[in-house]
Ligand binder design. Sequence first.
Ligand code: DC
Length: 224
Amino acid sequence: MSIAIDGPAGAGKSTVAREVARKLKITYIDTGAMYRGLTYAALEQSLPLEDGDQLRQLLDSIHLSLYWVEGMQHVSLNGIDISNQIRTLQVSKHVSSVAKHPSVRERMVQLQQEMAQTQEVVMDGRDIGTHVLPQAQLKIFLTASIEERAKRRYNELVDKGETADLEQIKKDIAARDRMDSEREIAPLRPASDALMVDTTGMGINEVIDEIISLYQCKVGGEGV
Ligand code: DC
């Protein structure tokens, strides 16, 4: 059993995917965290982010792994927890440049497919329904207006006590959407059999319930 949740930055994928996984008692895998982990490692070593070969060599030489503590996914780099470090503005700004390289994506997709082979998963990202798990039983493409996505990011930062500029966040999200959608390999795009869920104006619990009910329709009401 696997569920693929794709969509643009800030559509609420991680929160929704994590909660859906918790309710279904299966593993949640946030694939964006893997691209973020590699970006963090590359920035630490001051590697040129335009050089796909060097990034791939770096990916092959580090030990980037995901592990879970009470349902929360953590990311470690060579045994050190970098879950917080991968969420900085600096990593967010550069991650699309790292994720666009075919040689990087090839290995990331392999790693993600290996994880989904041994367990049932809810996986979120940009290319899960189209490339990583094309056989997923349920594929969701989660969207929301750019205004709403920027507002959610803004509120998240303000809630954490950080200063935030709504217009700047909107610009950053639009730039990331553009890079993720226009890249040559595995661009952000709904799979032909994905169900579109527009979360504009919906509360997070409403979205979770909607996905659980879509899942129940697929599996005939079992599993929750
Ligand atoms: O979901 P996120 O914002 O943490 O993702 C970070 C970046 O990684 C995003 O800009 C696009 C990229 N990404 C990707 O290309 N493919 C995925 N499966 C997941 C993320």
